[in-house]
Every structure is written in C-alpha cells, then in structure tokens.
Design a binder for this molecule. Structure first.
Ligand SMILES: NC(=O)c1ccc[n+]([C@@H]2O[C@H](COP(=O)([O-])OP(=O)(O)OC[C@H]3O[C@@H](n4cnc5c(N)ncnc54)[C@H](O)[C@@H]3O)[C@@H](O)[C@H]2O)c1
Length: 369
C-alpha cells in the first residue's frame, strides 16, 4: 500500500506535535511543510520539504491530506486551498473565527468530496469517551445541565502572543472552544446564548485586548441549560466539566485529572487520559502553574506535554485510518464532517453578539436556520 502523504501548514507548537504524530504512523509520510518562520526544525526532523507558500504545498501531487495548524485567523485560506486541490483536511481548533468562514470551509471540502476533520482533541480523552458511553447507556438519565469552567490568572507579559489578541485568536471563547464543543457534544447544539463580562483586569501594553472574564448561559430548549466560565481574571484557577442528569452526575476534572461518576448506588473514578502516568503528568503541570491553571499557552519553542501527545496520537491515528479507507466512526462523525466545529463557532458568534448588544441571542440569528 502506498504511504499517505501529509502536508503541514503552520509548524509552531502544535504543528510540530501533529507532524511528529503523523510521522510516527505506519504508511504515513510528512512530505512537506509551510510556515513563514518555523518550518526548518520539523522539516529536518521528519525529512520533509519546505514550501514557499500554502498554494505550492496544496498543489503537490504527493500530498493526500493537508494539516492546518497555523494561527486561528489563518485557517480558512489553507483549508479552502487544500479543498480546491482535492486534498483531505485536518484543521486545528477553532476552525475559524466566524460562522461565515466555517460555512465556506465546509462547503469547499464538501464540493471537493473530501474529509474535513476538526482537531477537537478533547473528544479523544479516555474519560470524556467513557462519560459519553455512560450517558448513552442511560446511567445518568436525562441530561439537564452542564457546567464548564476554564479559568485562571494571566500575569504581565514580556511579549504579547497572537493568542491574546482578539482579532487573531478570537480570545478565550474561540481559542478555548474545546469546553463549548464538549458541552454541545453532550447536550446538542445550543439554541439560545447569553454572555456577560469584558476585559476587567488586563488593560495596557503588557496584555492583549481579549476579554478576560466571560460568563455564559446557554439554553438548549426543553428545559435544558449550560453555564460556562472562561477567562484570565480568576486568581483561583479551575478547569472542569460537570454533567448533571436526572439519575446521576459526572465530574470531569481537567485540573486534578480524573473523572468521577455518582449515582444513587454507584460512585466510581476513571482515568482522564490513557494511563495513570498521563493523568499524573497533567495534574503535576497544573499544580505547578499555581494561579494560571489552564490558561497557559504553548509557543514555537515549547513542547506538548505527555498527556497532550497521547490524545494527539489518538486523533491523528483516527484521521490516518480514514485516509487508509477505514469507516467514519459514529462517535466522531460530527468531528469528521466539520459540523460539530461549525456548530461550536455558531454558538460562539451568538455569544459575541450577545455581549455586544447586551441581550439573549438565538443561535438561529447566526446560522439562519
Ligand atoms: N487542539 C489543541 O489542544 C491545541 C493546542 C495548541 C494549539 N492548537 C491550535 O493550533 C494552532 C497553532 O497554534 P500553536 O500553539 O502551534 O501556535 P504557535 O504560535 O506556536 O505556532 C503557530 C505557527 O504558525 C506560523 N504561522 C504564522 N502565520 C502563518 C500563516 N499565515 N500560515 C502558516 N503558518 C503561519 C507561525 O510562524 C508559527 O510557527 C492554533 O489554531 C491553535 O488554536 C490546538
């Protein structure tokens, strides 16, 4: 069987993690990379060429799939170029910073008849998959409410990363779309959105211009609700997703790393990641971060921790399987056609409109459906 050829756009912190994971798979070859500044180290490590443009990379006959790991604002162009050149696509989160862009990207992949997979890697966590299996088998009853929190404190920056600039990253809500996606993967797409908050403690040249405190309420119809908190204006860091059903509840602890189930007659704890070693790696890092907790960011000179490499390996293996002709799994179908990622951005757009206009917004105002 010929190798599947991969091209990588953006080889900073995460493009390198993805590139290494693809390189390690059987029947996979990282053929070429494009990055305006940091292409050389990964290219040398995996024996790939360096391209001078996205177009040149996408035009190569020996590339079957393009992996997009450029900054958030720079996803739409390579995705559309890849689709135009008949390539399959793996795109990092958030896939785009507007629902309008998501629609164009999905349409391009769909028109080309190619797979568009969103890199919502949280969905590959052992504990998340196990929680969903328990929901599916009725252990929790009807899910009434979810609460997701990803908060910490940002200190003064010597250099302000693109990740802290609203027009480049989308700010906490878009950059940390994982938690919103996770809630929607459990409760379905939100129908109503309300967000309060603002930039309350991080003004000035040492900081970006994103909002640092976001308080979100989502409605799903049928008396189902969720709340989410995001931001970097919280001295007490938290990172968790709580799922409340009529028969039981699950607490996904992303900070101390573990998942707990409680029903009337069961109380069990599960691993969050693949092994105790990965869970310990995660909780140790969080403990070391003290007040910044889950809002610490990677950059081109940092390496993904063990627990993150683990889930990246699993999502990359799944995508590679699709390239080799394996069927789309029911569990990841929403990730594999981009629909879950677009639904998350639609809700994020509704929340952005909500905070701007100070009102509850129907997600249909964004999607038109
Ligand atoms: N799934 C996850 O858990 C996870 C974790 C980290 C990052 N990410 C995502 O991966 C993407 C990259 O983030 P990162 O942490 O690697 O950032 P980074 O800043 O470390 O790397 C970004 C790289 O993109 C390059 N770049 C800049 N403009 C570009 C362009 N127009 N085209 C191609 N490359 C360009 C930069 O030179 C840099 O090397 C982002 O979308 C981010 O949200 C996902």
């Amino acid at each position: 069987m010929p190798d599947i050829g991969y091209g990588i756009v953006g080889t900073g912190y995460f493009g390198v993690a993805l590139g290494r994971a693809f390189h390690a798979l059987p029947n996979a070859r990282v053929v070429s990379v494009y990055d305006p500044e940091n292409a050389a180290p990964l290219a040398a490590e995996v024996g790939a060429c360096q391209e001078s443009s996205v177009e040149a990379l996408c035009a190569r006959d020996d590339i079957d799939a393009v992996v997009v790991a450029s900054p958030n604002w720079a996803h739409a162009e390579p995705v559309i170029a890849a689709a135009r050149n008949g390539k399959h696509i793996f795109c990092e989160k958030p896939i785009a910073l507007s629902y309008g862009d998501c629609s164009k990207m999905l349409a391009a992949a769909n028109d080309a008849g190619r797979i568009f997979m969103a890199g919502h890697v949280t969905q590959f966590m052992n504990g998340v998959r196990h929680a969903k299996a328990l929901i599916a088998d009725g252990t929790l009853g009807d899910i009434l409410y979810c609460r997701a929190v990803r908060t910490g404190w940002e200190d003064v920056q010597t250099e302000v990363s693109w990740k802290k600039k609203r027009d480049l990253s989308g700010g906490h809500l878009y950059h940390h779309i994982h938690e919103l996606d996770l809630v929607q993967s459990i409760m379905g797409p939100a129908t109503e959105a309300f967000m309060a908050g603002g930039n309350v403690a991080h003004k000035g040249p040492q900081f970006g211009d994103e909002d640092d405190l976001l308080l979100i309420t989502l409605g799903f119809g049928n008396d189902r609700f969720a709340t989410l908190e995001y931001g970097s204006a919280f001295r007490w860091p938290e990172h968790s997703v709580l799922i409340q059903g009529t028969k039981g509840a699950i607490f996904i602890d992303l900070q101390k790393a573990g998942v707990e189930l409680k029903t009337v007659d069961r109380q069990e704890r599960f691993l969050l990641h693949r092994s105790q070693e990965e869970d310990d790696d995660r909780s140790k890092i969080y403990a070391g971060n003290k007040t910044s907790g889950p809002i610490v960011y990677g950059n081109p000179s940092s390496e993904a921790p063990l627990w993150l490499q683990g889930i990246v390996e699993m999502e990359v293996e799944y995508f590679h399987g699709l390239m080799l002709g394996e069927p789309i799994s029911e569990e990841f179908s929403g990730l594999t056609d981009g629909s879950a990622a677009a639904a998350a951005i639609a809700t994020a757009d509704a929340l952005s409109l909500s905070i701007k206009e100070g009102r509850k917004v129907g997600v249909s105002e964004i999607t038109g459906q």
